[in-house]
Write a protein that binds this ligand. Sequence first.
Ligand code: GDP
Ligand code: PGA
Ligand code: MN
Ligand code: MN
Length: 612
Amino acid sequence: MADLEAVLDEAGLTNPKVREFVKEYAELTGAEHVEVVNASDDARLLEEAVAAGELQRAGEGRYYSRSYYKDTARSEERTIVATSDEKDRGVYNNWRPASEMKPMLHDRMRGASEGKTMYVIPYLMAPAGNPLEPWAAGVELTDTRTVVLHMIRMARVGVQFVNDLEDPDSFVRAVHVTGDLEHLGQGTPDDQRYFVTVADERTILHFGSSYGGNALLGKIAHGLRQGAYDGWASRKFLAEQYMLIGIHDKETGRTYHVCGGFPSASGKTNLAMMAAPDALGDRYHVSFYGDDIAWLWVDEESGRLMGMNPEYGVFGVAKDTNETTNPNALASIEEGTQAIFTNVAYNPTTGEVWWEGRTPKPPSNVKGWLDWTGAPLADRKDNDTAAWAHPNSRFTTTLDNVPNIAPDYDAPAGVPIDAIIFGGRTRDREPLIRAITDLAEGVYDGLTLGAEATFAAEGVDGQLRYDPMSNRPFMAYGEGDYARHYLDVVGAAKEQPIFAHVNWFQKDPDDGHFLWPGYRDNLRPLLWLLQLKNGEVSGRRTAVGIIPTEDELDLTGMDVPAADLERILTIDKERWQQEMGFREEHLSQFERMPEEIWEAHRRVAADLDAED
Ligand code: GDP
Ligand code: PGA
Ligand code: MN
Ligand code: MN
């Protein structure tokens, strides 16, 4: 491409290392054009995408897209962390040698963008000026315009983020090539897709998908996998699949910051967008910092554990989002927000969108409606009960649209962390909340997080599995080393956060209803946790943590059946004793697991046996 230098000049992309990187991959992929993207290009790119049929209008200032029907979730099996050192092999990171994976990906990418435009997206995964900024800059190259539009919503995008790097080489090189989606053998033995993070080279090579979780490289590959690796290699920080919220108490004037890891599609976004329950809204306000990723570090001056959200938008699960469960989410995706929906049901005549749980019943007049695959609902047979929207259908919107966005979400300093919680979909055993005051026991608890897998990953929906720290799909290096690093980072803080394990998903074993209404009411157990930290309540001690007594939990304005409440505030001792055996097996798989973690395990097991 003879005019590449001129294109980069005109775009004001001055970093010589970025220019070399662009050139290398423009040649390899055979792209016909190169275009450098800034956030200010959004309106034009939206118009182009509509004109090209890649997006449709969903009313004014709102858009609809459909991904290929075999390309609707993250593929964990095809996701690989590669390095040059086999010591980086973990149980979950699908480690492979960089020397094997890089050439393989280059082969797949060779010529695969012929005739297409390669977009150059410079981005920053941090608020500008944050202490972790040296690890936050990146450049994603992609051959798909809708990926660009999603990246503009999900990350801070613009050439200024890479032009002025102190070390011009210190950006993550992220390459996304979609490939011929109809001929990639998704899910067959001949699967052509590969999603590789070459972590020790800070290079990300993803081939074979345009679904957000595989294609938005700033978010998942850099924000989580590469971030985790860099945080460990530099000994400076943690990159976690955490939401991050502020809980403001108007009566005392205090704001607490709580972060926490739940596996994909297990409640992070809903918790972060939470409107306090009506009965508590006069006193408490929940503010949104982040809903999927938090980077944590210890501030050198204050010695406090700090956190920030490296993202700039929300990639939320649509299912069950409605006025009752999450009014803030609905407000963030109204017309005029420039939000993009993916794989929901759509009515091209009226521009409406719908998903399961949006309203109790689907629109009664199916005329004009298309399901997520694009098939007219009017043509369906009466006994066809397939969902209208894909269970992993999503909305994408920027943080400016989130009504409860924290006023200081963009502050370079980040916020001090008071509590770290873990949770997941667990139908039995796990109570509503159990608090843990000891660091090693908190980390042990995170490492043994067991939950049902969800539709956010291909082919595992509903399987009960361990998902350490909710990071199983994003683990970048060995789990034992990870535990050591976690203990070191958090242990260096002057004031320790309180830990807790929460579960909004316990079910009645007989009729299967959720024992806790969840959503906005999840604020209540969190308030109890903060009161416990402040010494205002004392709870009930059990072997697996401190549990609220019924009268400590503020249930004003709620109506939970007594039997349900009792069940979610009780420990099932036998079930837990059985669980300890599984945990032992689980932890034994990991090399170099710190002795503190084993000690915590033995302490919990002994306390369980001693309980009557
Ligand atoms: P994330 O992927 O972890 O951010 O999870 P989301 O907040 O997007 O929620 C995933 C799914 O779980 C959505 O369908 C939500 O409606 C549902 N969900 C979230 N919070 C709760 C809760 O407290 N109770 C119940 N029953 N469902 C919830
Ligand atoms: P989620 O984000 O955790 O909000 O579902 C996307 C993902 O993890 O795939
Ligand atoms: Mn996630
Ligand atoms: Mn989410």
